[in-house]
Design a protein around this ligand. Structure first.
Ligand code: SF4
Ligand code: SF4
Length: 124
């Protein structure tokens, strides 16, 4: 039996970098879960929360001071997902391995800056 590996990242110490990806893909199950969460129809959920990008249905974004743009469901005060229990499968699965590359980068930068709270801003 394979032992489950303990995560080597701590999302509570990260400003939700993964939620700034442009393409958080949603499938039919994700849409229905979000619709149920907000007590609306699947059609309304598609309309309010998603957009089509090159034939892929993805979550809409909002402006963000740290990353330029981030998923519409991030609470920008807490940097936490506001639909955590109803979040799409891809969010649930990420990063699907013990390491998170961004968290490794973040902790490396924090050590360099000798600042446990340091947040590197996205350039450009
Ligand atoms: S980027 Fe990594 S550490 Fe940050 S919230 Fe996402 S999974 Fe967690
Ligand atoms: S639904 Fe939640 S976990 Fe997924 S990208 Fe948006 S804010 Fe992040």
């Amino acid at each position: 039996m394979e032992l489950e590996k303990k995560p080597l990242y701590d999302c509570l110490k990260c400003p939700a970098y993964c939620c700034s990806y442009d393409r958080i893909i949603v499938n039919g199950h994700d849409i229905r879960r979000l619709a149920k969460h907000f007590s609306i129809t699947a059609e309304q959920a598609i309309d309010r929360f998603t957009k089509l990008v090159e034939n892929e249905r993805v979550l809409r974004h909002q402006k963000d001071e740290i990353y330029g743009s981030i998923c519409m469901f991030i609470d920008k005060e807490t940097r936490r997902c506001s639909v955590y229990k109803a979040r799409p499968a891809v969010c649930h699965e990420y990063p699907d391995r013990p390491h998170c590359g961004y968290y490794d980068f973040l902790t490396w930068e924090r050590r360099q800056q000798d600042d446990k709270e340091f947040i590197p801003l996205k350039k450009g």
